[in-house]
Design a protein. Structure first.
Ligand code: FUL
Length: 639
């Protein structure tokens, strides 16, 4: 009996020993490669989709940037319903919301102790309201994550531009980080247009963006009070801007990046060489993935005249594929109406988009295939991990195998139009590139290629393909750690054509005038109904149009050049009319807010209808390093 027990002990210890060495083999995971994400960033990657909500006095002013002088009494929504807004975001498949607690106009949407210009001065809820709380609670009720955007630029605060404002701003962050639960994002931007109300001074205040906000110390407050919040800015500590407000990253977009400052000074928000924000840097020193921000509407705030320009489900899905599908996140702007709810079309579009995503990803066809690999690392690294919907279990190769392939054999041919791949990013972004082949007519044919796999890579094929065998060739400088393969068939998406307002004048009988003969052909590009061509000038700061006869109009549209850069876009304008082309009257002047980041069609609504034969759009300030550099893609005139 004793012996038997001893034997059992021996056997048991032998077993234990062998399990231990087996376990050791199993945990002989590939070593991480290059920069890797933090726990906080992993959570952010898993979130993938969230919405940013702009609802401030600027909504009631029908503007994109408030100047800082709005009377708080205008902020008084009559049908405010945070659950309607947050619920609509949830139905779109979004997992969090970021609320704009203070935009550039400086109005604090919570009862802050740091500045008088806040929600307690508004008549809403008799000055007892707190919008940040409303959105926090709605997010909680809907099971959504909650984040906050507090604009550093403050066009109301009299102290803006002095060191005293930095203390005020930091105290605002302290309040927001201490009283509204756990935040998943702390959102900042680099916008700084210079001029503003500033306590009535109405002047231009320039700050040195590289030093003024002392970001590293300011963000130390975030880290201390909200350790789980990912910090976003054009270059945040955790998440970077994609470099445009279209939500789209380039084909190749690495989660790693080497930050480039300006000259000798280090990169800081609002002060950096932004040429690699979209692409990132292969083997970059830091893991800072991108967020693609884009609004559901052309602007970030609600404008009734954009009700017919709500993005279609098709557009949203394309953006999704270029943001989430390129290893980043999608941050979609929602714009409540002055009543305090989302416009019904916005609600419907979100619901349809959510339905589409569910439909697309309902069934992974790769789960039907037998998957084999040219090399499999010893341990729990088999190909079964590739279809288990777990981002962190993975197929891996031996340390010395840097090129390998996996093959999918289907019992019955599979029809698919999207390929999705993920790496286990806990081990870094290892893969350089992949090639996908299908077996057709007796030989392998190249179907698709991609670089920058990372957290997620969606390859959308031009047409659906049917194949009974597929192979993915993977190339890396180290062993491979691929976690997921997905194959999906995209359903046909109903295309809902966007209506033109129908109010634009036809431009065929228009001409340009008051310009040298040699430049006329060029200037006509501003009235050729072609958004891709533009009039560019370094000598004129305006363009005159002759309608051929007197016409009545109530609004004018200006579309800046639509190529990659916003250079030459008008920031400050004057609009003049004339009946003889000699004597001009100013009918409107103002700023095209946010045009540098979001160069969309700008609409100037006149206070009343005017009647004139000639129109002059004059640029007082453009996005440009040179004087007088002006670009106009198109001018519209609305009845
Ligand atoms: C930008 C701001 O200037 C816009 O107004 C908007 O808030 C957008 C989300 O960020 O930087």
């Amino acid at each position: 009996m004793k012996l038997f027990t001893r034997q059992r002990v021996l056997i048991l210890s032998a077993l234990l020993f062998s399990t231990a060495s087996y376990a050791q083999n199993n945990t002989n995971a590939p070593l991480p490669y290059g920069a890797i994400p933090t726990e906080r960033q992993l959570k952010w990657h898993e979130t993938e989709m969230y919405c940013i909500i702009h609802f401030t006095p600027t909504t009631f002013q029908n503007k994109e940037w408030g100047y800082g002088d709005a009377d708080p009494s205008i902020f008084n929504p009559t049908k405010f319903n945070a659950l309607q807004i947050v619920g609509a975001a949830k139905s779109g498949g979004f997992k969090g919301i970021v609320y704009v607690a203070k935009h550039h106009d400086g109005f604090a949407l919570w009862p802050t102790k740091t500045a008088a210009y806040n929600i307690s001065e508004s008549p809403w809820k008799a000055g007892k309201g707190d919008m940040v709380r409303e959105f926090q609670l709605a997010a909680k009720q809907e099971g959504m994550k909650f984040g906050i955007y507090c604009s550093p630029w403050d066009r109301n605060n009299p102290n803006y531009g002095t060191p005293a404002y930095l203390d005020i701003y930091r105290n605002q962050l302290r309040e927001l980080y201490s009283n509204y639960g756990d935040l998943f994002m702390s959102w900042h931007d680099g916008a700084n247009g210079g001029d503003g109300y500033y306590g009535g001074k109405k002047e231009k205040r320039k700050v040195d963006q590289a030093t003024y906000y002392d970001w590293l110390n300011t963000w130390a407050i975030t880290r201390k009070l909200q350790p789980g919040a990912s910090i976003f800015s054009d270059i945040g500590l955790d998440v970077r801007w994609v470099g445009n407000e279209k939500g789209m990253s380039p084909e190749t977009s690495w989660s790693t990046i080497d930050l480039k400052g300006n000259g000798d000074r280090p990169a800081m928000p609002g002060f950096l060489d932004d040429s690699n924000l979209g692409s990132g840097t292969r083997n970059g020193k830091q893991w800072i993935p991108f967020e693609g921000d884009v609004s559901l509407r052309p602007g970030w705030f609600y404008h009734a005249d954009q009700n017919d320009q709500v993005k279609t489900v098709e557009e949203l899905f394309n953006i999704y594929c270029h943001s989430v599908g390129h290893g980043g996140a999608l941050d979609l702007g929602l714009s409540p109406t002055p009543e305090g709810i989302l416009y019904q079309k916005d609600v419907n579009t979100l619901a349809e988009f959510g339905k589409l995503l569910k439909q697309v990803f309902a069934h992974n066809l790769a789960t039907e295939a037998k998957i084999s690999a040219s090399n499999i690392r010893k341990g729990p690294y088999g190909t079964n991990n590739l279809t288990d919907a777990d981002r962190y279990s993975y197929w891996a190769t031996d340390d010395n195998v840097h090129q390998a392939s996996v093959q999918l054999d289907f019992k019955k041919p599979a029809r698919f139009s999207m390929i999705q791949l993920r790496e286990n990013i806990k081990l870094g972004q290892r893969i350089d590139s992949i090639g996908v082949d299908i077996f057709k007519n007796g030989h392998w044919t190249l179907l698709a290629q991609a670089t920058s796999i990372g957290a997620n890579r969606i390859i959308r094929l031009a047409h659906a393909e049917t194949a009974s065998k597929m192979r993915i060739r993977v190339y890396a400088p180290v062993s491979i750690a691929l976690s997921e393969i997905g194959l999906y068939l995209e359903p046909a998406i109903k295309t809902t054509a966007k209506l033109k307002t129908g109010n634009e004048y036809n431009k065929t009988s228009w001409s340009v005038t008051g310009i040298a003969q040699s430049k006329i052909a060029d200037a006509k590009k501003a009235i050729d109904n072609n958004d891709t061509t533009f009039f560019e000038t370094k000598t004129n700061n305006h363009l005159d149009i002759d309608f051929g006869k007197q016409i009545d109009f109530s609004a004018v549209g200006y579309l800046p050049a639509q190529d990659k850069s916003a250079e030459g876009a008008i920031e400050k304008y004057e609009l003049l009319i004339s009946n003889d082309g000699k004597k001009w009257d100013v009918v409107a002047e103002g700023e095209f807010s946010n045009i540098k980041a979001n160069p969309i069609l700008q609409r100037i609504s006149l206070t009343s209808k005017v009647s004139a034969r000639y129109l002059r759009l004059s640029a007082k300030q453009t996005v440009s390093k040179e004087n007088n550099f002006l670009r106009i893609a198109e001018i519209e005139v609305y009845r």
